[in-house]
Design a protein around this ligand. Structure first.
Ligand code: ASP
Length: 344
């Protein structure tokens, strides 16, 4: 008899974990220890489920580095006891959180699937049950005793994405996420179809899991818009301890060519602040030098974020800054895919 995969559900908070009190109509937190009783369908899954919950579940708007570490520590502590992990968080910041977790683990050889829902699990029209049940199925899916997914994924509304490629796109539709620059890793229809050709496979079994939890959050996202003033951008120079800027530029990485703008950017770089160029577009890539408007930025030495999402750029910057790399190393590592977050 083959043993069933063991899956740990980590509940951190968010809409998914709420039930409606039909008398008062109010939403209230759901006791996750009771999950198998409340969702009897879970008992039909071919796996053994255990749960662990934050003592005080949070709305994901309150996420921060301390919570990232808390989630990652649970996974690291239980890594050898379980075959897969399903992490439930609110959808609002799920792309940021799951991207960060993807960078914190190197040589991951087990599935870590983030999911949540737009409607609480106790709501009649909820999307929570499908999201949760399929996420558990994905986390338990194996091929010759090996997990099919060996990376951090995000499952929502019939699609499994590489987590660090996702963006939340809707506060209304059940299809709340998209991954514009990378195809889904799996799709759920009548069958659960994995896109095997594009999965991350850690082939070197002997490579042990490395867990890195030094993250630096002294960073900002600076989104350009036509008319942004010198005074506003120059003020960022006064931020004490600022280490990095995710610069959201236009289109293929284009920015104003005004001397004042370029001077300020040069000043940041001279001050040791890393600047990564990412596009404001939901899809496509920064292409330094493609237009004249990005040539100077390239010459000044800003880092090319290529087709990374803003969420993933924030997470990668927190991670690489925590590693205290030399300037050239930071640029080299940022511009290469570490967890499949950018196209090579
Ligand atoms: N505000 C909630 C959160 O992100 C929304 C959700 O759970 O989807 O925690």
């Amino acid at each position: 008899m083959t043993s069933k995969p063991k899956i740990l559900i980590v509940y951190t908070g968010g809409t998914i974990g709420m039930v409606k009190d039909y008398k008062t109509k109010a939403l209230k937190a759901f006791d996750f220890d009771q999950i198998l009783h409340k969702i009897p369908e879970l008992q039909q899954l071919n796996c053994i489920i255990d749960t662990i919950s934050f003592k005080n579940p949070i709305d994901s708007s309150d996420m921060n580095i301390a919570y990232y570490i808390q989630i990652a520590e649970i996974i690291a502590d239980k890594y050898n006891d379980f075959d897969g992990f399903v992490v439930l968080t609110g959808s609002d910041t799920m792309s940021y959180v799951s991207s960060a977790i993807s960078f914190m683990f190197e040589n991951l050889q087990k599935p870590v699937i983030f999911t949540g829902s737009q409607l609480p699990i106790g709501d009649l029209r909820t999307d929570a049950k499908e999201n949760l049940i399929t996420s558990i199925e994905i986390a338990s899916a194996q091929n010759n005793g090996e997990p099919i997914i060996q990376e951090v994924g995000l499952y929502f509304e019939y699609k499994l994405y590489r987590a660090n490629r996702t963006t939340k796109i809707s506060a209304e539709h059940f299809q709340a996420f998209s991954s514009m620059n990378y195809p889904p890793l799996a799709e759920s229809g009548v069958h659960l179809n994995f896109n095997h050709a594009i999965l991350t496979a850690n082939t070197k079994k002997e490579n042990k899991l490395i867990f890195r939890k030094r993250l630096c959050s002294n960073i900002v996202i600076l989104k350009l818009f036509p008319g942004i003033t010198e005074a506003v951008i120059a003020n960022y120079l006064n931020i004490k301890g600022l280490k990095g800027i995710v610069l959201e530029t236009y289109g293929a990485g284009n920015a104003p060519t005004s001397e004042w703008f370029l001077k300020i950017i040069e000043k940041f770089i001279a001050n040791g602040v890393y600047i990564v160029n990412v596009t404001q577009c939901s899809g496509g890539s920064v292409m330094p030098g493609h237009y004249e408007t990005s040539t100077r930025l390239k010459d000044i030495g800003i880092v090319n974020g290529k087709d990374i999402t803003t969420e993933s750029a924030v997470a990668k910057m927190m991670y690489l800054l925590g590693e205290n790399l030399a300037k050239e190393e930071f640029k080299t590592y940022f511009e290469m895919p570490l967890r499949g977050e950018i196209s090579a």
